[in-house]
Ligand binder design. Structure first.
Ligand SMILES: [Zn+2]
Length: 176
């Protein structure tokens, strides 16, 4: 039988609401930079995510980090750094709300977990670079977020929406 990890944990309602609060504390800039850097795709199902629907998932759950013995065992077993910080960029990635909920309800295999971690680590520097740029120009970030949200709310044709997306991407690439 495949070994499983209590990564997502089965969330009781109380724990879930506590996590929701934690998620809300994640800075908008960080949320946006992670979503943008992954080209707006969900790491779990591979489908596009609208910005307003993105949740930033902690690959190793915060709840697990709150259990020091179990957490340390997991880090040792998978040869992860012992000063692993669950809030660091190398532990964050974008998911649909629905996919994050289904992750929370299931146990994640070590292979998937390690894949996710290695991808997040690979992207860490690029995301940090975006965050640094957005922090210098928060107004520009607001404009981009509003434009992206408007695009998802209006009934544009696909060609129109793709055109606008290209313009927005151009702004992001050339001005940040
Ligand atoms: Zn998804």
């Amino acid at each position: 039988m495949e070994q499983v990890l209590p990564v997502g944990l089965c969330m009781k309602p109380s724990r879930r609401s506590k996590n929701k609060k934690t998620r809300q504390k994640l800075k908008k800039i960080v949320r946006f930079a992670i979503w943008e850097q992954r080209n707006g795709f969900c790491v779990r199902c591979g489908e596009p995510i609208e910005y307003r629907d993105v949740e930033i998932d902690h690959i190793i759950a915060i709840a697990l980090a709150n259990k020091p013995d179990e957490f340390r065992q997991l880090l040792i077993r998978h040869e992860l750094r012992l000063d692993f910080n669950v809030h660091a960029l190398y532990n964050l990635h974008p998911m649909h709300r629905r996919c994050n909920l289904s992750k929370a309800a299931k146990l994640i295999s070590p292979a998937v977990l390690l894949d996710w971690l290695s991808l997040a680590e690979k992207n860490e520097k690029r995301i940090q670079k975006r965050i640094d740029k957005y922090e210098k120009e928060p107004l520009m970030l607001d404009i981009i977020v509003i434009a992206k949200q408007a695009l998802t709310q209006k009934n544009f044709s696909k060609a129109e929406a793709d055109g606008y997306q290209t313009v927005i991407r151009h702004i992001v690439v050339n001005h940040f």
